[in-house]
Design a protein around this ligand. Structure first.
Ligand SMILES: [Zn+2]
Ligand SMILES: [Zn+2]
Length: 104
């Protein structure tokens, strides 16, 4: 379980709805977190999976971590993986790639 900036964010992201397994199908779900991109988004309930990426927490106002979307694509390219065609390695499906590729 990832812990977020505040209790409200934690509660919204970590409490699954007992009627809807998928937050995009749940009218009560407000935010979604993409672990692989480290992106927070407001869910647009248009029956798809659209979100508006947000830079600040709507509850506590904390500056949220920067999106790692560009790096995600860069790292895969470095490994010769084309996410559109090739199978994306398991650690790139969630936030594990961030620790695997941390350069210090
Ligand atoms: Zn917050
Ligand atoms: Zn629900």
């Amino acid at each position: 379980m990832t812990s977020h900036c505040c209790e409200a964010m934690d509660r919204h992201l970590n409490t699954p709805c007992d009627r809807h397994g998928d937050p995009f199908a749940c009218p009560d779900a407000l935010v979604a977190f993409s672990a692989k991109f480290q992106e927070y988004g407001l869910i647009i309930h248009d029956s798809g999976t659209s979100t508006i990426t947000i830079g600040f927490c709507p509850w506590c106002g904390e500056h949220l971590p920067a999106s790692q979307r560009d790096r995600w694509f860069d790292e895969l390219e470095r490994r010769g993986v084309d996410p559109a065609e090739d199978e994306v390695p398991a650690e790139f499906q969630d936030d594990r790639w961030l620790t695997a590729t941390r350069r210090d």
